[in-house]
Design a protein around this ligand. Structure first.
Ligand code: GTP
Ligand code: MG
Length: 244
């Protein structure tokens, strides 16, 4: 099939969209009728801190990083109801998937979105002023309802972070996969091939795994540098498996 038709993008319907009952609205804006794009994957995720930090790794160290992590985990919108902390992760596939979804989403800042692109999804977002314990202003949080991959490279990294190959129908997978012949067990910052107390099995023989993850696991196990961290490989296997 034509490669252009297979382009994929990751969409996250963030906890503020859930909290405001805007899920249906976002899905309808992105529907195949409007965009020509098809679902390739979908899941409801109780985002844990490791996944949040890997997803927003590029923003580590910025002043808005800590509130951003609490936002995507769902703490900001469901401080006292942890079971309601959910994000919907979706993979859309089709021609110009990345750009089409960025266009419908609109500018990052909802105020800019309302001014420049009224009607886009993020024009329904809010900016929340933040205060420290003493009540002093410490900046803003941008609640903009949706995440959309910024380019094809980000889309690949993000889809492989949130989804295992088995979440996507075989004929819709566009990144190479490999069948593992080994066990890999994970503890924060550590990787084993045999069970260690308190480790979690992330890959077992026979599992279909992203090839780039298998390459990274082999290198990381040898202590060599890899294209990604062990946390970014492990995060997807731990989705919905435990709470923080
Ligand atoms: P995403 O689709 O969520 O990745 O948004 P984006 O690609 O339009 O923006 P970017 O990746 O730069 O930022 C990720 C998220 O961080 C945004 O959606 C905002 O919630 C938040 N963010 C980005 N820039 C700022 C900023 O300058 N101030 C604050 N408070 N938050 C920001
Ligand atoms: Mg971004």
């Amino acid at each position: 099939m034509d490669k252009k038709l297979l382009e994929q993008s990751l969409v996250l319907i963030k906890p503020d969209a859930m909290n405001n009952s805007l899920t249906g609205y976002v899905l309808s804006q992105l529907s195949e009728f409007h965009t020509g794009l098809r679902f390739a994957g979908a899941k409801i995720v109780n985002v844990n801190r490791m996944l949040a930090e890997e997803h927003y790794a590029e923003h580590r160290g910025k002043p808005f990083y800590a509130p951003l992590i609490e936002y995507i985990i769902g703490i900001s919108h469901y401080p006292d109801e942890p079971w309601k902390r959910r994000t919907i992760a979706l993979v859309y596939q089709g021609e110009d998937a990345v750009q089409k979804i960025r266009d419908i989403s609109g500018p990052t800042n909802p105020h800019v979105a309302r001014e420049k692109r009224p009607g886009c999804i993020r024009s329904l977002g809010t900016i929340v002023p933040l205060k420290d314990a003493a009540g002093n202003p410490i900046g803003d949080r941008i609640d903009n309802l949706i995440h959309a991959s910024a380019n094809k490279e980000d889309a690949e990294r993000e889809i492989k972070l949130w989804f295992v190959p088995g979440d996507i129908p075989p004929l819709m997978r566009i990144y190479p996969t490999e069948v593992s012949s080994e066990h890999y067990y994970f503890k924060p910052g550590k990787l084993y091939k045999e069970y260690e107390k308190d480790s979690i099995c992330i890959v077992a023989p026979g599992d279909v795994v992203w090839k780039s993850d298998m390459d990274a696991l082999r290198l990381l196990f040898e202590g060599a540098a890899a294209s990604c961290t062990v946390e970014s490989v492990a995060a997807k296997y731990l989705i919905n498996s435990h709470t923080d």
